[in-house]
Write a protein of this length. Structure first.
Length: 453
């Protein structure tokens, strides 16, 4: 074999990351030699990008596909999942195939080889595919160049059989496990679902979502649940009676079902047909695996969140933001205090003489003739949203909002794009309180009102 893959990324992984491949070849001494790599979607022979690399001083070819794959992923606007949504643009399966090209002399024509010893397109691959999500990995958080997926994905669990006992928090988020939320607001959580090796016996199988609702006294007043099936927007199951090892389930996974989003806000529940009891004070959302056909395993969960009812503060409804977090999915927070609005106007004008030198005789005397004329007025609205006092954990988490390049705000039941322009932090100095921080963020709507001409 001519091409040997020495190093490749793990899966799942993040796009805005260093997805490093290292390859060697037994033909590296051939004239005009270059390594060749083709990027395709898994299951497709259509080449998205072909990269050529000369051998480094150690005769290896080193490729980084992170910045390239980013161009083929986008955000999925799954804020209104009711109750489930699968990925379409935010996560995909890719294949990187390696080959080589060389000639018979330094001046000869070049032939492309498949890496297996025959002429043809690159054909040597490290794995069936690499699953990449439109997130990022900071340099100090990598594990040997890779996303630390073990903190968010547990593939060693047997989905059925009963008796499992585990308590995980595998959501793709740094959000606190207890959050405030208002009636009418949307919220979602996202997780990796299934597996990436086609196993019929082991998977992170998000089977069942349990919602338990409580009043201010802590009394359970309402319960409802959802099965992760195709007709509910999820998958790969088509029925709650399907078990993971059934044909068409473990081997029916798609890149969409491998990234699952679950609607967990009051408005998501309404859209799914479940309205919270008017006496609700908080509710919990728990994600369970399967115990047997049609039965969830209540002794184990992949994630559990608590949502506490929050009303308008000082008469202000606040501003609810949704932003793409570092994992490429959505987080949410409402700045509950006053929102200040201001307009600035960009103007363009020209100067016109009072005397109309182009007139015929007699020259018209016109008191209404303009000297300074505005021909373009562009109003720009800037808003400042103020948070309530925050804990250290909340303040740290919200920094992702300021760093995110994809931010929306909720108005009614719709989401509109916004641009964060600045943020200011106020810190309390009283050491006896745990709520020490307050943010004021300045933002603009991404689509301003039309200019006046």
């Amino acid at each position: 074999m001519a091409i040997l893959i020495q190093q490749s990324p793990t899966t799942p992984n993040m796009a805005n990351n260093t997805l490093v491949y290292s390859v060697s070849s037994s033909q590296v001494t051939q004239p005009q030699f270059q390594y060749v790599a083709d990027l395709t979607y898994s299951g497709s022979n259509t080449v998205l990008q072909r990269i050529k690399q000369q051998p480094n001083p150690n005769a290896r070819g080193v490729f980084d596909f992170g910045s390239i794959i980013t161009n083929y992923l986008e955000s999925d606007n799954t804020w209104k999942a009711a109750p489930f949504a699968t990925a379409s643009a935010a996560a995909k399966r890719f294949n990187v195939r390696f080959g080589e090209e060389y000639g018979t002399s330094v001046s000869s024509s070049i032939t492309l080889y498949n890496g297996l010893g025959a002429a043809g397109a690159p054909a040597v691959s490290a794995s069936t595919y690499v699953y990449v999500i439109d997130g990022l990995v900071d340099p100090n958080d990598k594990i040997n160049w890779n996303f630390a997926s073990g903190s968010y994905y547990t593939s060693s669990i047997a989905p059925t059989g009963g008796g499992a006992t585990f308590t995980l928090q595998n959501t793709l988020s740094n959000a606190p496990l207890s959050q405030s939320i208002q009636d009418g607001e949307y919220a979602t959580i996202s997780l990796i679902n299934g597996n990436f090796n086609g196993s019929s016996t082991n998977a992170q199988d998000i089977y069942y979502v349990q919602v338990n609702v409580y009043n201010a006294a802590g009394t359970n007043i309402q319960n409802f649940s959802y099965n992760n099936i195709v007709s509910e927007g999820g998958g790969p199951r088509t029925s709650a009676n399907d078990e993971w090892g059934d044909a068409g389930i473990y081997n029916g996974q798609t890149s969409g079902t491998q990234l699952l989003t679950i609607g967990v806000g009051p408005q998501n529940f309404i859209d799914a047909g479940d309205t919270l009891n008017t006496s609700w004070a908080y509710y919990t959302v728990t994600l369970h695996p399967q115990e047997s056909a049609g039965t969830e395993d209540n002794g184990a969960y992949y994630a559990k969140f608590t949502f506490v009812k929050q009303g308008a503060k000082c008469g202000y409804n606040g501003v609810r933001f949704a932003w793409k977090n570092e994992f490429g999915v959505w987080d949410y927070y409402t700045f509950t205090l006053q929102t200040d609005k201001a307009f600035s106007i960009e103007r363009a004008s020209y100067e016109q003489s009072f005397v109309p030198f182009g007139d015929n005789t007699p020259v018209t005397y016109d008191k209404q003739r303009r000297g300074t004329t505005n021909y373009y007025n562009k109003p720009i609205q800037t808003q400042v949203a103020n948070s309530d006092w925050l804990t250290q954990a909340e303040a740290d988490w919200l920094k992702e909002l300021f760093f995110s390049a994809n931010v929306f705000y909720q108005s009614g039941t719709e989401f509109y794009p916004a641009v964060i322009t600045s943020a200011n932090l106020t810190e309390k100095t009283n050491p006896r309180t745990q709520r020490n921080f307050q943010y004021a963020i300045e933002f603009q709507v991404a689509n301003q009102i039309n200019p006046r001409v």
